[in-house]
Design a protein around this ligand. Structure first.
Ligand SMILES: [Zn+2]
Length: 266
């Protein structure tokens, strides 16, 4: 089975000193690659230094809504110049977005819209953080006439909300949320959505699946998320895994074998 973690904060200090081991453990359970999103300029170099496409380690760079106050418009200009140079291993813009639970949406919006524009101009995938702000994220994509590839990462919400994003061409990120019984609405939504619009992710070290301590999530839990997803949908795990890998390939614009280059042979 080949799996791909479409969103994993593998640069975070939680993985310092254990990265090699985590990667080996992940490969042993079929995880052949992951995408590390950059959330603030201060972290971009750290994210880039981990890039190793030949081993399935990819990245994207952006300004997350939690960190906008650390930035100036010059950072957006620099982001576009940096990504415009097509650095090896970089396959998207993000993590960016809107978060109604932390900060002011009207302050976050210009930063998000600017990054939507960068992704559109550079034809890169857009990685979106949308928390209690699906309508506003949708409106921002619409007003920017979004036509590219986008991931609504760590999706939590209703079928109708997910369907609207899918109709716009977005992929829905499925993570640890669905392993929690309390997430009834999201579980019902994910069970009904078309399989070819779903992408697997951990968001590690955050979004711990059921039974995993908060902050201790890792890419090795991706198979558990897949198992829960297959169960909710009544799908065969192996077949679903291949569909999901193909989806991640379309999202990030790479062939599945290239994307999951770190998969253990056999
Ligand atoms: Zn994230």
């Amino acid at each position: 089975m080949r799996l791909f973690d479409a969103h994993c904060h593998f640069d975070f200090p939680r993985f310092d000193g254990v990265r090699e081991r985590e990667l080996a453990n992940a490969a042993a359970v079929g995880v052949g690659g992951l995408v590390i999103p950059g959330v603030r300029r201060a972290d971009w170099d750290r994210v880039r230094s981990l890039s190793a496409p030949e081993n399935g380690l990819w990245y994207c760079l952006g300004i997350h809504p939690w960190f906008i106050s650390e930035h100036t418009p010059q950072d957006l200009a620099d982001l576009e110049a940096l990504l415009g140079g097509r650095p090896s291993g970089c396959i998207g813009v993000g993590e960016c977005g809107l978060d109604a639970l932390r900060g002011d949406l009207s302050e976050q919006l210009p930063w998000f819209s600017a990054q939507v524009g960068i992704a559109a101009r550079l034809n890169l995938a857009l990685v979106v953080h949308s928390v209690k702000a699906h309508d506003q994220v949708y409106a921002a994509l619409r007003s920017g006439s979004w036509q590219g590839r986008a991931l609504i990462h760590g999706f939590s919400g209703s079928y109708q909300q997910a369907k609207k994003f899918i109709d716009l061409g977005c992929y829905i990120g499925v993570g640890g949320v669905i392993t929690h019984g309390r997430a009834r609405k999201t579980r019902e939504a994910i069970a009904r959505l078309p399989a070819d619009a779903l992408v697997l992710e951990t968001d590690a070290p955050d979004m711990a699946p059921s039974g995993v301590p908060v902050g201790e999530n890792s890419p090795t839990y991706l198979p558990a998320i897949l198992a829960q997803l297959a169960k909710l949908r009544g799908d065969n795990e192996e077949l679903l895994a291949e569909v999901l890998l193909g989806n991640a390939g379309r999202l990030y614009g790479l062939a599945p074998e290239v994307l999951a280059a770190g998969a253990a042979p056999g």
